[in-house]
Design a protein around this ligand. Structure first.
Ligand SMILES: [Zn+2]
Length: 341
């Protein structure tokens, strides 16, 4: 994808380690790698090397291509952080899934229909998405801290919150929690249950990298307010880790505990949700209905337990047949966090 006026240096992943300057400053390049299918991976990476040595942090976004608020916040971070104000090195990857981004392809990779957040790195000989995630891991693997910005996709109305993977040493978990504390979201959700933690996050923890993923923004609309929550959270994390000076913001947050569950439809149809993201629903509460094309009710859906609505699919088109690799992206209706009383 050529963009006029923007031609950053292209560097093959094999050469990346030797491609950065020794000098403090801002550098921008595009990491490339060619898949056996002939499709090329391109990942834009900015590096800001501070004038004082210190830790490495990576801020990345655009793993899912329609989650724009983090992408725009990452661009602002590239522009705003000055090398003479920075201790250590900050890597910023504004768009991970560039092919999906340019095709406006929601959630799944357009080449192999995989959900990249569920892929474990270490399989570069697999499909395009496997190589993409392996390449991403190669870029970030020397980091001490990593923040991965997400939002609600174009079809998702999502409550803003920050999940924190809590596996591994206590010290690593507590540093991950520290990364989350500067984001102005109502809830932070420590996750202890391995199946509920995306494999990429687990791989980061196994490499000793404290990390969080931030869910803020919805429906593919990058509002100024949501962009600011991502951006201010990055700055607070940099201040917390003493990479920038100043007192880190500590907005009021609540800790969220519960078990994830998702309401899916087993048949295709037109979805009429009546819940909203952030609602607390009681066991048995009506969530919405699925109709046929004419509007005749096919099925009504109710909450199995008392739960918080993390997000729901605001897009009416529900396709129960389209399940690449078994994913429930096209037949998902409501994502819940079952609350213990
Ligand atoms: Zn996402």
């Amino acid at each position: 994808m050529e963009m006029s006026g923007m031609e950053p240096r292209k560097v093959d992943i094999e050469q990346l380690a030797w491609s950065w300057s020794e000098e403090p400053g801002l550098e921008q390049l595009t990491v490339t790698r060619t898949h056996s299918s002939g499709e090329v991976i391109e990942i834009p990476v900015a590096r800001i090397k501070g004038t004082r040595p210190g830790p490495q942090m990576t801020v990345m976004s655009g793993m899912h291509a329609g989650e724009y608020s983090g992408i725009l916040a990452a661009q602002k971070l590239i522009n705003d952080v000055k090398p003479d104000e920075l201790t250590g090195t900050l890597f910023i990857i504004p768009v991970i899934s560039t092919k999906a981004f340019m095709e406006r392809n929601m959630q799944l990779n357009p080449i192999d229909q995989k959900e990249v957040h569920f892929i474990r790195p270490g399989n570069p000989d697999g499909t395009y998405s496997d190589m993409l995630i392996d390449t991403l891991f190669d870029i970030v693997k020397e980091s001490d801290y990593l923040i991965d910005s997400h939002a609600g996709e174009m079809a998702q109305s999502l409550m803003s919150w920050v999940p924190v993977p809590m596996r591994g040493a206590n010290e690593l978990s507590s540093r991950s929690l520290e990364l989350a504390r500067g984001f102005a979201v109502e809830y932070v959700e420590p996750r202890y249950d391995l199946p509920s933690i995306p494999p990429f996050c687990v791989a980061l923890l196994n490499a000793g990298i404290a990390n969080i993923w931030v869910e803020c923004g919805k429906n593919g609309v990058p509002t100024d307010e949501d962009i600011a929550i991502h951006f201010d959270g990055y700055i607070a994390a940099l201040q917390t880790m003493k990479m920038l000076s100043g007192d880190a913001a500590r907005p009021r947050q609540k800790l969220l505990k519960g078990t994830r569950s998702q309401i899916n439809s087993e048949q295709s149809g037109v979805w009429h949700p009546i819940v909203k993201e952030g609602d607390v629903v009681e066991a048995g509460q009506y969530l919405g209905k699925l109709t046929d094309y004419f509007g005749n009710t096919l099925e009504e859906f109710h909450a199995p337990n008392k739960a918080l609505v993390l997000y729901y699919w605001s897009n009416p088109a529900i396709n129960a047949e389209r399940r690449p690799h078994g994913y429930d992206w096209h037949n998902g209706l409501v994502s819940l966090l079952d609350l213990e009383d």
